[in-house]
Design a protein around this ligand. Structure first.
Ligand code: CS2
Ligand code: MG
Length: 395
């Protein structure tokens, strides 16, 4: 089997996505997700200009070799743009492998290690007030065991960068030291609203400094968070150790990590309980299985990143990883908009708190290219935060 064509597909069904489709001379093709919120076209260009020509004529089953060719062979290693491009291609190659073996991806990864995949959803609502008020109903309706809230002021329209913000990022106000008490209060209200049984994940979205994060987490200890997500920024591993030592709250971390090497200190030091990498940022299936094995070594559970800005293809790959991992913890089902399902078929859904999927050979998803063309890509930006002094803060 030889690769004959590599296509990049940009589309925007209420959110920008970048897909990769790799076609072979056998008629089998594979699909992957290379979406990088706010930089999709840059990733597409890297694939079209530099990676696709190296794929044409290759045996699609040499997945590890191609991974190394892009990662080490480029000499300039890593980074979000390169890793997203590589991940999209890597997923498509595994999809081809599964289809040609007539096996679902999870079977290639060692087979099922569990029957069910616990998942969590984002509490929805237009404002923080609405989310806090509606949480119990939201949990009941969907039969959820675990929910997730993100620290923040009421989100401005167009958050995640689509819908008329194509020239520059919108600015959201956020003054961290002023938001400490609000953040604590919001969690406590949510706990009171949903009762003691429901797991609550609170995403602090790297928005606080270590001292602020410690303050928040210590106050929340009696309210038993399922985990606190990304309490601080990831750049300085020692800061994470510092936070870890000061609180007993479980920590989920890592959607901004771009490599196994970045994860290593947090894993080997046991500074986190759940590793939350995004498979589009760390190198697709090939790297995800190595990373999960590494985390298993250090008793850290997996909780792959699954927001609305990754497509059903990534959600499906996450599910295949989930069912085949020994150290699976929980899966984020951050899907908030159904329009993408017109473009991509297949993929898991959350039913009564568990992620279920009809497994087909490969990843089990397909892209409807005609449908994708109906939603033209528009340049869009992730918002930025500025405090009341005008200084830039982490969004
Ligand atoms: C979030 C993401 O799902 C999460 O945990 O942190 O929604 C994140 O903000 C987006 O992926 C950014 O594009
Ligand atoms: Mg997050």
């Amino acid at each position: 089997m030889k690769i004959t064509q590599v296509k990049t597909i940009l589309t925007s069904p209420n959110q920008n996505y970048l897909f990769v489709k790799i076609v072979t001379d056998s008629g089998i093709y594979g699909v992957g997700d290379a979406s990088l919120n706010g930089r999709e076209e840059t990733v597409a260009n890297l694939i079209d200009m530099y990676l696709a020509p190296q794929l044409i004529g290759r045996d699609p089953e040499q997945i590890e070799d191609f991974w190394q060719l892009v990662y080490r062979g480029s000499y300039w290693r890593g980074g979000n743009v390169m890793m997203s491009a590589l991940s999209g291609i890597d997923m498509a190659l595994w999809d081809i492998l599964g289809k040609s073996a007539e096996k679902p991806l999870y079977a290639l990864l060692g087979g099922k290690a569990r029957d069910k995949v616990l998942c969590y959803s984002h509490v929805l609502g237009k404002t923080m007030e609405e989310k806090l008020d509606n949480a119990a109903g939201f949990v009941r309706e969907r039969g959820l065991q675990v929910i997730r809230l993100r620290a923040g002021l009421p989100a401005a329209n167009g958050t995640f960068g689509v819908g008329g913000h194509q020239d520059a990022p919108i600015i959201e106000p956020w003054t961290p030291h002023r938001e400490i008490q609000n953040t604590i209060d919001a969690f406590i209200r949510l706990r009171e609203n949903v009762g003691p049984e429901v797991g609550i994940i609170y995403d602090l979205h790297e928005r606080f400094s270590p001292d602020q994060a410690i303050l928040i987490m210590r106050e929340l200890e009696p309210y038993r968070p399922f985990f606190i997500e990304d309490p601080i920024a990831p750049e300085n591993p020692d800061s994470l150790r510092y936070v870890r030592e000061k609180t007993s709250v479980p920590i989920g971390f890592g959607e901004l990590y771009k490599s196994r090497y970045e994860c290593l200190p947090a894993l080997s030091g046991h500074w986190i309980d759940y590793l939350r990498c995004d498979i589009i940022r760390i190198g697709g299936v090939t790297e995800a299985r190595k990373l999960a094995a590494l985390a298993e070594t250090f008793d850290v559970k997996m909780a792959w990143h699954g927001p609305n800005d990754v497509s059903p293809i990534t959600h499906a790959v996450n599910w295949h990883l989930n069912v085949s991992e020994y150290n699976f913890g929980i899966q984020e089902d951050g899907t908030t908009d159904a329009l993408i399902n017109r473009v991509v078929s297949g993929g898991p859904t959350c039913q009564n708190g568990f992620l279920t999927m009809d497994a087909q050979p490969g990843i089990g998803c397909d892209i409807n290219e005609e449908e994708a063309a109906k939603y033209p890509f528009k340049r869009a930006f992730i918002p930025v935060c500025r405090d009341e002094e005008g200084a830039l803060k982490t969004w």
